[in-house]
Write a protein that binds this ligand. Structure first.
Ligand SMILES: Cc1ncc(COP(=O)(O)O)c(C=O)c1O
Length: 380
């Protein structure tokens, strides 16, 4: 089956999750909005899922709204917070996911909303002093900053930004798609108003996710229709997706300490082996700093050469799947807007390796061995 090191793009479904979903794909098929017993049973399963997720995140069930994934959650929170609170200023960064960037660009194009892109340095650190300054000058702002970057793994001090936004009465949205299921979020402590999660990033099914909307900062719905999700999202629920999402999150929390340690060891091993066997290798963002970065992501650049530009393709030919940046829009060859924001002049390509609990040390060793054979080291 080859080696899969692209877990930031998506993770394989956990067989335990599949078992939990099965009854809802077969016998438990009722529509949760139906008032008869077939419907009521499913409605109860959805509400119990909501309650479990709220317990894990330390919030109330009414603050969890199921969506089709991270993109819908990001779109909904940003678009509807802007409408609900008559937002006049949006502050974000150039290294956000396109689910955020395209949404804010679209909103600002059609209105008089001011868009501020925070500066990032060549390690991908967002300028939080600039944020502070902008917040002190602009009332009624929306701040959208991701918790962990999906390409370089940089982590944001989400508690600090939450406190800053609270102080300046700004609406704070965070794209937490890469951290939900990998870190424990205590939503009593983190002052975020809206955040996004996606099940397929933590061994759940694709097409299922949720948004957290803080109860004292409610927003209007984006999808209008039936009164599902407490009138916050019209449309018949993705029942087996919600069941799978909840099971996947429960497993993630149950095994989090052990898996975090295990995955960190894999990443550390890859860093050490690359430094040993591939002269000239460098790491992008904070991804080689185990304490500062998302432990599932390592972003690597090889010495610049025509051969090295083809490495991802050659790895793929050998059954090794990694990514050249964000894989979410499939056009991996379009280049990465994140790496361009860090280093506009650089022509070096990058490979993102991202790990999960299903990877092994042997796979890491094999991939580094292949890179060593394939990589062209320019003579000095
Ligand atoms: C940071 C981030 N935000 C949003 C998304 C989109 O999530 P989904 O695939 O559930 O729509 C992704 C997916 O790659 C992501 O990594």
């Amino acid at each position: 089956m080859g080696i899969y090191l692209d877990n930031a793009a998506t993770t394989p479904l956990d067989p335990e999750v599949f078992e939990a979903m099965k009854p809802f794909l077969l016998e438990d098929f009722g529509n949760p909005s139906s008032t008869h017993s077939h419907g009521r049973k499913i409605k109860a399963a959805i509400e119990s899922s909501r309650k479990k997720i709220a317990e894990l995140l330390n919030c109330t069930p009414g603050e969890i709204i199921f969506t089709s994934g991270g993109t819908e959650a990001d779109n909904t929170i940003i678009t509807c917070a802007v409408q609900t609170y008559n937002i006049k200023t949006i502050i974000t960064s150039p290294i956000e996911h396109h689910a955020v960037l395209h949404t804010v660009e679209n909103l600002c194009k059609e209105s008089s909303i001011q868009l501020h892109m925070l500066d990032v340095d060549n390690k991908g650190h967002v300028d939080l002093d600039q944020l502070k300054n902008l917040l002190s000058k602009n009332s009624n702002s929306l701040v959208s900053l991701m918790h962990a970057n999906n390409e370089i793994g940089n982590l944001l001090d989400i508690e600090y930004v939450g406190d800053l936004c609270e102080k300046h009465k700004a609406y704070f949205h965070s794209d937490t798609v890469q951290t939900v299921g990998h870190y424990r979020h205590d939503l009593k402590k983190i002052k975020v108003h809206g955040m996004a999660a996606s099940a397929h990033k933590f061994h759940g099914p694709k097409g299922a996710g949720f948004m957290f909307i803080r109860k004292d900062k409610k927003i209007t719905p984006l999808l209008l229709g039936g009164s599902q999700e407490r009138n916050m999202r019209g449309g018949t629920e993705n029942v087996y997706g919600i069941i799978g999402l909840t099971k996947a999150l429960e497993i993630a929390y149950r095994d989090m300490d052990e898996h975090t340690r295990y995955i960190k060891d894999l990443k550390n091993r890859m860093i050490d082996k690359l430094l040993e066997h591939v002269p000239g290798v460098t790491f992008n963002g904070d991804s080689n700093d185990l304490d500062k970065s998302l432990y599932t992501v390592l972003n690597v650049s090889l010495p610049e050469s025509e051969e090295n530009d083809m490495i991802l393709f050659n790895l793929d030919l050998q059954g090794i799947s990694a990514s050249g940046g964000s894989a979410c829009s499939s056009g991996a060859t379009l280049g990465s807007h994140v790496l361009v924001a860090l280093n506009p002049e650089s022509k070096r390509g990058a490979i993102r390796f991202s790990f999960s609990k299903f990877n092994t040390k042997e796979e890491v060793d094999l991939v580094v061995g292949r890179l060593k054979d394939l990589c062209k080291i320019p003579s000095l």
